[in-house]
Design a protein around this ligand. Structure first.
Ligand code: SF4
Length: 287
């Protein structure tokens, strides 16, 4: 951890969590998209924003990486985001004349494979995650048949299961939630096969955030308000540090959040660039 002391004013003691900056999957997707944009005069398209960070998406647009809401007949180069995409979407894009470049994160690809394997082995597939998240939607579309998606162990208590249940996780759910859901299903099914598909980088980020939250007076969680993994970090930290705030940029900082001499911790989501965190540190030093 880096300790950055402010010489005057509120005398905040600022600690930035280790391992901030893009995760490997986001870094890889941006690299692939930028390389493809550099090769194409019209730039490249993504179905939805390439990553869940509005500030980075604006910068990417300026260099030719443009989000679209739906596929059209106009075609172009389509980069599949780190969240992955449904096989149907990829097939439709091909038929409509898009050149498809796959930037699915290898951890997400593995979750898709494991889900398919469970289904082929005859297990009822349960995905622990958010039903509306694009990664979960894409995983479900890789399985022919019904899957159950849940993000609550209480929800699971009300459900009935068949004899054989196979469980995987959205790559960014908390280990605590995954374990709680698995624990409930084990009580309700005769045979349970679990693939822990939580990405190791998410698990590490959550551990570091929880540790830092326990050591500071105020915790700032930096990242897109539309980012699932950042929102999860916020939920995790506010259970430990009641003065947790989720912000996207330095402009949202309110000096009334801080008392003189407060220890302030900063953690960030997997799609938050380092420069946004550095701007926030700079603003805190001015208080
Ligand atoms: S958080 Fe993990 S699974 Fe998601 S893109 Fe990053 S490395 Fe991949």
């Amino acid at each position: 951890m880096r300790n950055l002391r402010k010489p005057a004013g509120k005398h905040l003691k600022i600690t930035v969590s280790q391992g901030i900056g893009f995760c490997s999957g986001v870094r890889r997707a941006i690299k692939i998209a930028l390389a493809a944009a550099g090769r194409s005069e019209e730039g490249v398209l993504t179905l939805g924003p390439l990553i869940h960070n509005p500030q980075v998406v604006i910068k990417l647009q300026q260099v030719g990486v443009r989000p679209i809401r739906r596929l059209t007949r106009s075609g172009g180069v389509l980069v599949i985001r780190s969240h992955g995409a449904s096989p149907d979407v990829v097939a439709r894009a091909g038929k409509l004349g898009y050149k498809v470049i796959d930037a699915t994160c290898p951890f997400v690809r593995k979750a898709q494979r494991q889900a398919r394997k469970l289904h082929q082995m005859g297990y009822q597939v349960v995905i622990v995650g958010e039903r509306a998240h694009p990664e979960v939607k894409a995983i479900r579309d890789h399985i022919e048949g019904r899957t159950l998606v849940t993000d609550s162990s209480n929800h699971v208590k009300r459900l009935k299961f068949g004899d054989r249940v196979g469980i995987i996780a959205q790559t960014t759910v908390s280990v605590k939630l995954f374990a709680a859901v698995v624990g409930e299903i084990v009580k309700r099914a005769r045979e349970v096969l679990v693939f822990n598909t939580i990405c190791i980088e998410t698990a590490r980020r959550q551990d570091r955030a929880a540790k830092l939250a326990s050591q500071v007076d105020v915790l700032l969680v930096v990242g897109g308000k539309n980012s699932a993994n950042t929102t999860r970090l916020k939920h995790l930290c506010e259970m430990i540090c009641s003065r947790t705030r989720h912000i996207e940029t330095a402009d949202e900082i309110d000096s009334r959040w801080f008392r003189k001499g407060d220890a302030v911790g900063i953690v960030a989501g997997a799609s938050t660039p380092r420069w946004l965190v550095e701007e926030i540190v700079g603003r805190l030093r001015e208080l």
